[in-house]
Design a binder for this molecule. Structure first.
Ligand code: GDD
Ligand code: MN
Length: 367
């Protein structure tokens, strides 16, 4: 079969439970992109509501529509990256499925890239003059979003006003320069791209008004913000520490506090010896670490029901072996170089690395 057309623009739409938005969005794109040779690819992470099935049905009626159906994977950033990589168009864009972004801005962004060959990226910004957060954001989220924006701008040396935007268009050649450097975990692909481009990109902003979601519910939650903190630290480490490992360490640190509090409480009970209080503390900390990692670090692989309990047991085993690795390494170091602080620290690092890798491969193994 011969191709019927070659798109100049691929619009990538990441979806998770957005069935009711597919048709309305395609209808709006048809209107907004009349003058452009475009296509849309919905990157769906096997949504339980059957979004991918709906996209296939629409695609059979409309050759501009494609689906990329991913199984066993979750994540907004990774979905966008794979959508970009699946395209042959020289210009690529991302837009929310839920009609929150003003699709009529796409033509303006496209024109800006066509007019200026040096331009790499056009960002749909809620914060520049004329653009506004409209009524689409709750005031608490607006506050959090503003704080995260400020932090990202300072730490990642990003100069655009809305680096958290999920609405933007860029040149494929520019994307290819940084594709290998991007993190697939997380929500903030734009901030990650801007940071990866190290200020070399020419960027323009196009204001728009953030609208109310059409159908379905938001996938952003409290974990998204912590995950973003993980992205910042990961970037500051020059990419040495992946987001997941940063989150794992953050949870581990919280476990130290939990353990101390639990030991203190246990000691307050009559007749409890320190030895038993310490054991209680360790188990409480391992349990809260498991719960937090399950919700945050392995957000995309959260274990539920029976799996949750099986995971908890395997996590206890993993951590116990981690403690053995910790003590063993510290002892070995100490025997050649009797500096307790160095030996103990290296032991702790070994234990943390073991716990991370083993839990990744055993407790939360990808299926
Ligand atoms: N494939 C895939 N996998 N898509 C996902 C996933 C996922 O794990 N999580 C979310 N999506 C899709 C949603 O279905 C939606 O189309 C889009 O990504 C954005 O998710 P929303 O749930 O609509 O996020 P939001 O509207 O709360 O947040 C928006 O505004 C933020 C700025 O405050 C998004 O545009 C964010 O990217 C943006 O940072
Ligand atoms: Mn949205």
């Amino acid at each position: 079969m011969t191709r019927t057309f070659f798109p100049d623009l691929t619009v990538v739409v990441p979806t998770y439970n957005e069935r009711g938005n597919v048709r309305p969005l395609v209808a709006l794109l048809e209107k907004a992109l009349e003058a452009i040779n475009w296509e849309v690819v919905f990157v769906d992470d096997d949504s339980p509501d059957g979004t991918a099935r709906e996209v296939r049905a629409v695609a059979r009626e409309n050759p501009r529509v494609r689906v990329l159906h991913r199984i066993g994977r979750r994540g907004l950033s990774g979905a966008c990256i794979e959508g970009f990589l699946s395209s042959i168009a020289p210009i690529i864009a991302v837009i929310d499925a839920d009609l929150q972004h003003d699709e009529t801005r796409l033509a303006v962004m496209f024109q800006a890239l066509a007019d200026d060959p040096d331009l790499d990226l056009v960002v749909g910004s809620r914060n520049v003059e004329d653009g506004s957060a409209g009524t689409g954001l709750s005031s608490l989220r607006k506050w959090g979003s503003d704080r995260a924006n400020g932090l990202a701008r300072r730490l990642l040396k990003i100069t655009v006003s809305d680096p958290m935007s999920g609405f933007f268009m860029l040149r494929r050649s520019s994307f290819n320069e940084i594709a290998l450097d991007l993190q697939k975990q997380g929500f903030k692909i734009l901030a990650d791209m801007l940071s990866a481009s190290r200020g070399r990109w020419k960027v323009r902003e196009v204001p728009y008004t953030f609208r109310e979601r059409h159908s379905g519910t938001s996938k952003m939650d409290s974990t998204t913000t912590v995950e973003f903190l993980g992205l910042l630290i990961s970037r500051l480490s020059g990419g040495l520490l992946p987001i997941r490992f940063v989150l794992f360490l953050m949870v581990g640190l919280s476990g130290v506090v939990v353990q101390l509090a639990a030991v203190r409480l246990a000691l307050a009970l009559p007749g409890v010896a320190f030895f038993w209080a310490q054991i209680v503390g360790v188990f409480v900390a391992m349990t809260t670490n498991f719960i937090l990692n399950n919700k945050l670090t392995y957000h995309d692989r959260t274990l539920r029901g029976r799996e949750f309990f099986r995971g908890l047991l395997s996590f206890y085993v993993v951590c116990s072996l981690g403690a053995v690795a910790n003590v063993g390494t510290a002892q070995a170091i100490f025997s050649v170089w009797p500096n307790w602080a160095v030996a103990s620290l290296v032991g702790a690092v070994m234990g943390a690395l073991w716990n991370f890798w083993a839990s990744l491969l055993v407790t939360w193994r990808a299926r």
